[in-house]
Design a protein around this ligand. Structure first.
Ligand code: ZN
Length: 208
């Protein structure tokens, strides 16, 4: 894909929506009323509206490498505040994905200087038990999502303004294109796995 393709594709997008609904852009221009705040990875293959086939206007989206909830990230705090207080979203979806490069880099203890400022947050979101063979790439990506759910529950903005707004975890499978949506219980599939993960989560203090 080249730069010149962007304009052409934009015109195709405009034409498609106007054909189905001549007032589509007029309505969007009046304001947004998204039902979801979505926290997703910056990965080019996992755009939330594309993979869920959602039209403009339904998802207020915060993206960063490895879909992190970082309490000291002012961009995230403002996004969360605006979504809860002004947009009054009904749900918060934290969407990770399999094969996440951010998770893999953190797990492999990447030392690249330009990435450390962010990878330190991802590293904190992964199990401390680094020797265990239990942690396949997919399990780590799931764990990362679960961890962000717990971290968001402790976020001061969520605690003040988010009561009653469910936080839902999801994992998008890059290899199949399918997204699994989890509540906390369903995220862990066996009792043994639940025990293991919950032990680790309990041992890990979320930094504020
Ligand atoms: Zn990723």
């Amino acid at each position: 894909m080249e730069l010149k393709d962007l304009k052409r594709k934009n015109l195709e997008f405009q034409k498609k929506w106007l054909k189905d609904d001549p007032t589509f852009f007029e309505r969007l221009n009046e304001g947004q009323h998204p039902e979801f705040l979505v926290v997703a990875c910056s990965d080019s293959r996992v755009c939330p509206t594309t993979i869920m086939d959602v039209e403009p206007g339904h998802m207020f989206i915060h993206r960063n490498i490895a879909n992190q909830v970082v309490h000291e990230d002012e961009s995230f705090s403002a996004t969360l505040y605006y979504a809860l207080v002004h947009l009054k979203v009904k749900y918060i979806l934290i969407k990770g994905h399999t094969g996440c490069g951010g998770v893999q880099a953190a797990w492999a203890d990447n030392k690249e200087e330009g990435l450390q400022g962010w990878l330190k947050h991802v590293k904190e979101s992964l199990p401390e038990d680094r020797e265990s063979r239990e942690w396949t790439s997919e399990k780590l990506c799931k764990y990362n999502v679960l961890y962000q759910v717990t971290k968001l529950k402790k976020h001061p903005v969520y605690q003040e303004y988010g009561q009653g707004v469910p936080i839902i975890g999801a994992l998008y499978n890059l290899a199949s294109g399918e997204m699994d949506v989890y509540d906390l219980d369903a995220l862990i599939q066996s009792d043994a796995e639940r025990e293991q993960v919950m032990d680790m989560l309990n041992q890990t203090e979320v930094e504020r």
